[in-house]
Design a protein. Structure first.
Length: 245
């Protein structure tokens, strides 16, 4: 384990990046698996010392309901995850984003299989505010999209371009990915630009195209009849689609 940490430290010093992110960008499946297997760079949970109890007094038994009877038993350490450990685990989300951005989806599979904290999947974003789900959906990576959704990624996360993953999937014509997103709760009624806190990026959103359009309108404008038909015939979203088609 010491050798693994030395290697990880050398990689980080040379590239000035998290070792797992380096493996993701380079598409090194073996290196990513090796780092994840050995939890390289992940500090162990901090173990708190067991509570100190006074020595028992022979012949004296605590009365039921007294404070003495409510004391926790001695023995066994209480595991506390340090802030450093949580930050290290969120590094997997950054590596996952890097893998998706570099089209290294085999590495992304390895990282997802190893486990990524649910809270970090949607918060790890690129400069355009796109999460891993946006990138995978735009690339038509159905398996990665399914794994992301199973890991807790929200299909309703907005990018700075005012898009959700479904907008990107429809713009790229990926019908299977679009259906997977809809079945996971993606809205068919949200329009590009229908977001709040990121509203200052409206100029970028308009420049990117499809501003003000719903996923269905994007599919129609792109001439993707297959996608429109697939969405229309989706049993799980009939009620939502009845107002659109």
């Amino acid at each position: 384990m010491k050798l693994v940490k030395v290697m990880a430290s050398a990689i980080q010093k040379f590239h000035n990046e998290i070792p797992l992110v380096v493996a993701a960008k380079q598409g090194s499946v073996d290196l990513a698996a090796f780092l994840l297997t050995h939890n390289a760079g992940l500090p162990k949970p901090v173990l708190a010392a067991p509570p100190q109890l006074p020595p028992p007094v022979l012949g004296a038994m605590p009365r039921p309901g007294s404070s003495a009877s409510l004391r926790p038993p001695s023995g066994g350490n209480i595991k506390r995850i340090s802030s450093e450990n949580l930050a290290a685990r969120s590094d997997r989300a950054e590596a996952l984003l890097a893998a998706c951005a570099a089209d290294q989806y085999r590495v992304a599979q390895v990282i997802l299989a190893a486990g990524v904290t649910r809270s970090s999947i949607d918060t790890a974003k690129d400069k355009r505010g796109r999460a891993s789900l946006h990138l995978a959906a735009a690339a038509g990576q159905e398996k990665i999209v399914d794994m992301l959704l199973e890991s807790g990624a929200s299909p309703n996360t907005w990018s700075r371009l005012g898009r959700q993953a479904l907008h990107d999937a429809c713009a790229a014509g990926h019908a299977d990915v679009a259906l997977a997103l809809v079945k996971s709760g993606a809205s068919l009624e949200k329009r590009v630009g229908d977001w709040g806190a990121e509203g200052k990026f409206e100029k970028q959103a308009r420049k990117a195209g499809h501003f003000g359009q719903t996923p269905k309108e994007i599919a129609v404008e792109c001439g993707n009849e297959e996608l429109c038909d697939r969405l229309r015939n989706c049993d799980s979203c009939t009620m939502s689609l009845s107002r659109l088609f």
